[in-house]
Structure formats: structure tokens, C-alpha cells
Design a protein around this ligand. Structure first.
Ligand code: C2E
Ligand code: CA
Length: 838
């Protein structure tokens, strides 16, 4: 009965053996394909589905064994050759220990038109036999149409096996495919029949999970964890063991992302990339926030590619100020992007995107070239030469011959290498210190300066950095304290500055915004500053105006000579402040006053104070506490306490730790106080002078080191040149020595100065001729040749052999540098029939 039903079923049925042979074909199938009389059992599946290769068939079989059944599409070829598009429902069948595939065919040519597009795109991955990206996409659309109106959710889980691509590249596709298939089987074992999945290519899989209303983040997460467990771990592959890991991205929608299913694929993949960035075997959900970022990011990456060509990038310049002279000594070039939709974008908005692609290289060289051209243009317009600082990206620094490319741009623009500073960030040093050290040394050797940006944000210590050729470090805002900062912060900054100085490096403070910060930096010997306080980054025109105006820091801020002595009086009793002020004014001091410790600190930020005289007993902060803080912040001030109460212990402690220079008592003796104050100023001026000398010595040392380095470079270059000349000389000598003809050199007087091997051989019976005069050799032809020295050929006979000889002066016509004689042997073959030489 079953057989009858099968034979006469209107549905075409074929049973195919493992090797592709057709085991059974019913009437409907024969009719569909146009064959009759049971001849089809002699045929194989490859006869009717010619595009299906045996390896594809094997894959289909393998997957079917795992999944039980599946739906496929195919193009069959009928007996008369025409193509019949069919949709096949395939089931796996085990019978008497053999495997078969039962195919139920459905002729879809009737629907061809309606479904043409989806059928054309419906393809299967040849390795895994799984649907491909397009097929999954179609399936997702269909699922979404069905599920979303019913309020059900769909989850997409993207997973990438990290090792597939690596194996493909290193060991070949055969092994990669092997691993792919192995993992596909592992995953298939844990799937439910209703789950749809696809191989998106290169080891990336996508799972589409649907459920009757229960699907949520937890379920998707559980599924993903299971996947991690299935996939990760060691796999034996062709004798070797491969440690497999993966990254998983999940999007559940509608919920996190938008409702548009076609976005969901991209979102799941974006989440997967995030997971991969987090490390091996991580799982990441796609969130609305990430969604916004992604859209933005993708749009920007695409636009950035065109920005360079459309000249939407431009540079701004921020001045760098020397804290000793107060003058602008350099500028930093900062790139900007004027985007037609987003407006002006800061580098942080697009440099990281560019960093992810090769695009950063084009941008970087554009920045470098433009900055060098500007610096050159400014110099040519008569402005003093400034140092141009350019930020270098990590990828740029990793280019094989970065020094070569920088040098090329310098040559092209004509900028002196000493006018260029390359800024690298501390984080770049952490990737591959050895390579970075080489690249920096190469850059340094062409003469550019190196600055280490963002110092203090990474993990490298200054001590480790001393092996790198770094000229200056740039400390960021977090290391630029102001008067309200904790004293420990100031100490850290000071320690960094001191250590940098002891390593012959300069320190530039970035992001300086207030006069309090400038004062603190000056007080702690920071070398240069850059920040909104002096100027924001400027367009070229504004920068030029600033330079022409010779804008600089107010002289009193940087403690230049000619400034009046400044005294700070602190007392909570106004009357005491007034009488002290009256007393001391006649000594010509600039006097500033405060009524509390806090106010005192404020004044210290506003004025450059030399000497402080503070009451001890004050509400809030005692005099000792205030002076301790003043010492931390402004260590160069000379600090004194004036007190009626002898709180001896705390004051002695403060004196011992150096917070207080002197301790005066109330009520005071006018003349004594005047004397002490005067002495304190002298003390301060001496210290200032010492400091100035110290800095001069330091600067001179730095310059000396720089000159030394340049000298060494020059010496090395000259030595190289000498070596090269020496070796070419040796070579020339060797060549002369071995020329297969006797060769002699005469000095201007006719003395034999040189003979090559063949010449020595020729005259070997006469002993060495070196040092003898040609006329004394008793060799008539030689004397004749020397005396003529005409550069003409003469046929002569010497020691019984025929030679064609030439004697010519070493340079020009006169014999002032001696002469060279060449004797070209005339072989027998070279003689004319009559015996004379040719
Ligand atoms: P950076 O090298 O640390 O540059 C200093 C940044 O601090 C600049 O931001 C500047 O505008 C800002 N700044 C200057 N003074 C102050 C201040 O007083 N207060 C505050 N809060 N900020 C201040 P910008 O221009 O947005 O640049 C950001 C970063 O982008 C730079 O940090 C640099 O690392 C990078 N960058 C800029 N131009 C380029 C470039 O041409 N190539 C590469 N690879 N990176 C660049
Ligand atoms: Ca910088």
C-alpha cells in the first residue's frame, strides 16, 4: 500500500544513495523530468542537477545527517535539456545501515516570476552546506513579518570563530575548511530543529532565534554561553592542536535596536566586533547607544574618505610659550574637519576612526606636509623661526621607513629638521617598545625633536623612558595643578619636572587655563606651556597676527628682572596689617595683604610673592598650616611667622621641616622687623640668582649635548665617507695591480713611483726599479717614452717581447703630477703576417 501510494503520489519523490545514485524515482518525478520506463534508476543526482558537485553533495549529506531534514532549492535539467527550478524538501533516511536522502520536489517554475529575485539570491555555503548571508536575510525578513505583528521577538546571534581566518591564511583553505566543518557539526548537535542559522563567510555564523513569546535577553545569553562552551577549547586538526576561541554579538529586537530587520544583521555583527575587542570568548549585546554610535561612525568613516580629496580638512595652530622668556617659541598643529553636515569636528571625533584604517596614513602625511609648508611660509615672511609640533599616529610610527618619509617631506618643503617636533603619545610606546625605539632614533638622527605627549596617562615611568631619544615630555591637564589643588598633586608635578630635567628633557604643560596654573608652573620650573590661558588653537591668519603683535606672557608672571620686591602680609586683625603696611612701605616693597590663610593662597596665585609674613593665630587655618601649604605650592618664597603666642612646638616643627625661615614675636620692634624683612628679600634674591644660574647651566648643558650629538652624527657621516673613499681607493689599486699589462707610474721628475704585478714580472731580472730614475734604467724605449710623454701609441720591444706602449701625463698636458706608462703586450696572433704588431 505504501509503495503504491509512493509510486502514484502527485508529488515527485526521489531516493538518492550516499554516492548520488538514484535509488528510487516515482512516476511524478519521471514525468517532471521527462524520462520514462524506470530508466532513471541508472542515473545519478548529478545527471539531473549538473551544477551540484560531489563535494557539495557530501556537505549536504553531512548537514542533513545532523539536522534531519531541510529545504533546498535547485535547478534540475529535464530529459530534453530545459531547466526546471525546484524547491526540494530533503530528509535523511537510514536503511539497512546505509544512508539515503529522500527528496520531495516541488516545481516552482510557475512561481518563478514572483520569486525570481529571492530564488536567485538563495544560495548555500559550499563548505558547510548552510544557508548564506542572503538566505538568512530573506529568512529574517519573513520571520519579522510574521513575528513582530504578534508581539513576538527575534534574536540574532552573530558568532565569529577567530581561528578560521588565521588558519586559512597560514595553513591553507583545506585545513580552514576542515576546522569549519568540524565546528559546524559541533554546533549543529546543540541546535533545536526550529533554529535557523547561516554561515556568513570566513568563520562567521549567524543564528536566528525565534520563540513563542518567551524570547528575551536571558534566553539569548544562555544560548550564546552554550555556543561559547561548544566552540571554545582545543581542537585536533591534522595532527596539530588548535586552541579555538570566538566572539559573540547579540541583538534582540524589537527592543534594543530599531524594528528594521535589515539593520539587525549589521547590529549583531557590530556587537560581535565589540565582544572581540574585549578579548576571547566574550559576549556583547547591541544597545541603542551603540546603535547611535555605529550609525555615526559608519557615516563618518565613509565621509572621511572623501574629506581629504574635497579639502575639508584644515589645520589650526596653538602657540607654545617659553616660561622663562614668556615668548612664543613654537606651535602645535591640530587637525580639524569642516564637515558639510556635522559642522566643525575635533580630531577626537574622527582620528580614532581613521586610525582603524589605512586612511590615517594619508591624513598624517597631509598634516605633516601642510604644517611644514606653513612653518616655512611664516619664516619666509620675516617671522622668527618657530618650532612646529605635529602629532604622529600609532600606525604612522609603525610604517617601515617613517624617518625616510618625514625626511622626504622636510626636503620637499625646505624646512630645517631642527624646526620640527614630532609628538608621540605614551600609549604608543606600550605596543612594541623595541620597534618604537628604533623608529624614534631614526627620526632623531635626521634632526627632528621628539616630544612625548600625554605623559602621565600611560604606565611607562620616566626612568624607563630615558633610553628613548625624547627631548621633551608634555604633561596634560591632570598634571597641571592650580592653587586649589592638593599639595600632593603639586609635589607629583614638581617631581616629574625635576626628574625630566635630570634626564635632560624639557617639560611642556598642556591645557593651561588660569593665571594660578601659570604661576604654579613657573614656580616649579616648568619650561613651556600651551593652553587656552594664552591662546586657543588659531586659524593660520590669526596665528600670524598673534606672532606679528609679538604677543607674550606678562613679564611679572614669569618673574623677570626689574620686578619690584613683593611682600605678602597675612593677619586676621586688620589693624595689624595696616600698621605693618605703613611700617614697611617706606622700604619700597610692593605689599599685598590677606586676612586669612585661604585669602593668602589666593594672593599667592595672583601675585608673584617673594616674602611672606603671616600671623600664627588665625581662624580656619593657622599661620604654620598656611605657610606649609605655601611651601608646597611655591617653594621659592621666603616664609616668616609673626606671633604673640609662643606655640613653640608647632613652630619649631615647621622651622625644622623648612616651612618657616624665621619666627618673629609680637609685639614687634619696628627696626628689627624691617631688618628681618630686608634680609629675607636678600635671601630670596640670592636663591633666585642661583636658580637662574642653575637654569643657565642646565640650558647650556642641554645645548652642548645637542651640539655634541650633531657633531657625533657629522663625524659618523664623515667617517663613513672616508671609509667609502678608502675602499674605492683600495679597489682602484687592486684593479691597477691586476691589469694584465705592465703598468708604471713616474713622479714629475721621472722617478719610478709605482709598478704593477706584470711590470714587476717583466723587469724581475733587474731587481726593484722603484725609486730609480727612468733615464738610469738603461732601457732606451722607456726613456724615449718618458721624454715624449705624448699619449701616442708607440710599438716597442722590451726584453724580447713586443708591446704597444703609451705614456701620458697624469692630468692635462704637463707632467706636473707625473706620468703613467702602459705596455700593452702584442700577442703572436696579433702580429701582422709580416711579423710586425697590429
Ligand atoms: P593633544 O595632542 O593633547 O592636543 C591638545 C588638545 O588640547 C587639543 O585638542 C587642544 O585644543 C586642547 N587644548 C589646548 N589648550 C587647552 C586648554 O587650555 N584646556 C583644554 N581643556 N584643552 C586644551 P584637540 O585639538 O581637540 O586635539 C585632541 C587630540 O587629537 C590631540 O591631543 C592629539 O592627540 C590629536 N590630534 C590633533 N591633531 C592631530 C593630527 O594631526 N594627527 C593625529 N594623529 N592626532 C591629532
Ligand atoms: Ca599633541
Amino acid at each position: 500500500m505504501s509503495r503504491f501510494m509512493m509510486d502514484h503520489s502527485p508529488v515527485p519523490v526521489l531516493v538518492v544513495a550516499e554516492d548520488g545514485r538514484l535509488h528510487y524515482v516515482n512516476e511524478a518525478a519521471e514525468e517532471l523530468l521527462g524520462y520514462g520506463g524506470g530508466c532513471m534508476t541508472e542515473m545519478s543526482i548529478f545527471d539531473i542537477a549538473p551544477h551540484r558537485r560531489p563535494d557539495m553533495w557530501r556537505n549536504t549529506l553531512d548537514t542533513l545527517k545532523l539536522t534531519g531534514s531541510r529545504t533546498l532549492s535547485s535547478d534540475w535539467r529535464a530529459a530534453d535539456g530545459h531547466t526546471i527550478p525546484v524547491e526540494l524538501h530533503a530528509s535523511s533516511l537510514e536503511y539497512e545501515a546505509k544512508s539515503y536522502v529522500v527528496l520531495y520536489a516541488h516545481d516552482t517554475s510557475g512561481r518563478q516570476e514572483a520569486q525570481e529575485q529571492s530564488l536567485r539570491l538563495a544560495r548555500f555555503d559550499t563548505v558547510t552546506g548552510l544557508p548564506d548571508r542572503q538566505m538568512l536575510h530573506d529568512r529574517l525578513q519573513a520571520e519579522a513579518r510574521l513575528a513582530l505583528p504578534q508581539g513576538r521577538r527575534i534574536a540574532l546571534v552573530a558568532v565569529e570563530v577567530n581561528e578560521i581566518q588565521k588558519i586559512n591564511e597560514s595553513l591553507g583553505y583545506a585545513l580552514g575548511d576542515q576546522l569549519l566543518l568540524l565546528l559546524t557539526r559541533r554546533m549543529a548537535a546543540g541546535l533545536r530543529k526550529s533554529d535557523t542559522w547561516a554561515h556568513m563567510g570566513s568563520g562567521e555564523f549567524m543564528f536566528l532565534l525565534t520563540d513563542d513569546g518567551q524570547l528575551d535577553d536571558d534566553l539569548a545569553l544562555q544560548f550564546s554561553r552554550q555556543l561559547v562552551e561548544t566552540l571554545s577549547g582545543p581542537v585536533k586538526l591534522d595532527g596539530a592542536v588548535v586552541e579555538v576561541s570566538c566572539g559573540i554579538g547579540i541583538v534582540v529586537f524589537p527592543q534594543d535596536g530599531d524594528e528594521e530587520p535589515r539593520h539587525a544583521l549589521r547590529q549583531a555583527e557590530a556587537a560581535m566586533r565589540m565582544a572581540q575587542a574585549m578579548g576571547p570568548n566574550q559576549i556583547c549585546f547591541f544597545t541603542a547607544e551603540a546603535n547611535a554610535k555605529l550609525g555615526d561612525k559608519l557615516a563618518r568613516a565613509a565621509a572621511l574618505r572623501e574629506a581629504l580629496g574635497r579639502q575639508e580638512l584644515y589645520l589650526q595652530y596653538q602657540p607654545q610659550i617659553d616660561l622663562v622668556t614668556g615668548q612664543v617659541i613654537g606651535v602645535e598643529a591640530l587637525v580639524r574637519w569642516r564637515h558639510e553636515l556635522f559642522g566643525d569636528l575635533a580630531p577626537d571625533d574622527f582620528i580614532p576612526i581613521a586610525e582603524e584604517t589605512e586612511l590615517i596614513l594619508d591624513i598624517s602625511s597631509w598634516v605633516l606636509k601642510t604644517a611644514c609648508e606653513s612653518a616655512m611660509r611664516w619664516q619666509q615672511s620675516g617671522l622668527p623661526a618657530l618650532r612646529m609640533a605635529v602629532n604622529m599616529s600609532a600606525r604612522q610610527l609603525n610604517q617601515p621607513d617613517i624617518a625616510g618619509s618625514v625626511e622626504a617631506i622636510l626636503r620637499q618643503t625646505g624646512l630645517d629638521p631642527h624646526c620640527l617636533t614630532i609628538e608621540v603619545t605614551e600609549s604608543m610606546l606600550m605596543n612594541d617598545l623595541a620597534h618604537v625605539a628604533d623608529a624614534l632614533s631614526a627620526l632623531k638622527s635626521i634632526g627632528v625633536h621628539i616630544a612625548l605627549d600625554d605623559f602621565g596617562t600611560g604606565y611607562s615611568s620616566l626612568v624607563n623612558l630615558r633610553r628613548l631619544p625624547i627631548d621633551m615630555i608634555k604633561i596634560g591637564r591632570s598634571l597641571v595643578p592650580d592653587v586649589t589643588a592638593a599639595t600632593q598633586d603639586v609635589s607629583i608635578t614638581r617631581a616629574i619636572i625635576n626628574l625630566a630635567h635630570s634626564l635632560q628633557m624639557k617639560v611642556v604643560a598642556v591645557g593651561v587655563e588660569s593665571d594660578g596654573e601659570v604661576a604654579l608652573l613657573v614656580a616649579n620650573q616648568c619650561d613651556q606651556m600651551q593652553g587656552f590661558y594664552f591662546s586657543e588653537p588659531l586659524h593660520e591668519q590669526d596665528m600670524l597676527a598673534l606672532l606679528r603683535d609679538k604677543k607674550c606672557l606678562p613679564q611679572d608672571m614669569i618673574g623677570r628682572k626689574g620686578r619690584k620686591r613683593t611682600l605678602l602680609l597675612v593677619d586676621d586683625e586688620e589693624s595689624i596689617v595696616s600698621s605693618l603696611k605703613r611700617l614697611l612701605r617706606r622700604d619700597g616693597y610692593d605689599i599685598v595683604t590677606a586676612n586669612s590663610g585661604l585669602q593668602g593662597l589666593q594672593r599667592l596665585a595672583e601675585y608673584e610673592v617673594d616674602v611672606i609674613l603671616s600671623d600664627q593665630r588665625m581662624p580656619g587655618m593657622t599661620g604654620v598650616e598656611f605657610l606649609r601649604r605655601a611651601k608646597e605650592l611655591y617653594p621659592k618664597t621666603v616664609r616668616m611667622v609673626l606671633s604673640g603666642y609662643t606655640e613653640l612646638q608647632s613652630i619649631t616643627d615647621a622651622i625644622n621641616e623648612g616651612a618657616i625661615y624665621k619666627f618673629l614675636t609680637k609685639p614687634w620692634n619696628d627696626e628689627l622687623v624691617r631688618g628681618h624683612i630686608k634680609e629675607a628679600f636678600q635671601q630670596k634674591e640670592m636663591a633666585d640668582e642661583n636658580l637662574r644660574l642653575d637654569r643657565e647651566v642646565q640650558d647650556a648643558n642641554l645645548e652642548l649635548a645637542e651640539v655634541n650629538k650633531r657633531l657625533q652624527h657629522l663625524l659618523a657621516y664623515q667617517q663613513e665617507q672616508i671609509n667609502r673613499e678608502e675602499s674605492s681607493l683600495t679597489m682602484a689599486r687592486d684593479v691597477l695591480e691586476n691589469i694584465p699589462a705592465p703598468l708604471m707610474g713616474f713622479d714629475p721628475d721621472g722617478m719610478v713611483a709605482f709598478m704593477n704585478t706584470d711590470a714587476e714580472k717583466l723587469f724581475s731580472d733587474a731587481g726593484s726599479l722603484l725609486g730609480m730614475h727612468v733615464n738610469d734604467l738603461e732601457l732606451e724605449p722607456l726613456s724615449m717614452l718618458w721624454n715624449a710623454c705624448d699619449g701616442c701609441h708607440h710599438d716597442i720591444t722590451l726584453k724580447g717581447s713586443a708591446f704597444r706602449a703609451v705614456c701620458r701625463p697624469m692630468t692635462g698636458a704637463a707632467k706636473s703630477r707625473g706620468a703613467l706608462l702602459v705596455l700593452m703586450p702584442q700577442s703572436n696572433e696579433a702580429l701582422r703576417p709580416d711579423g710586425s704588431p697590429t
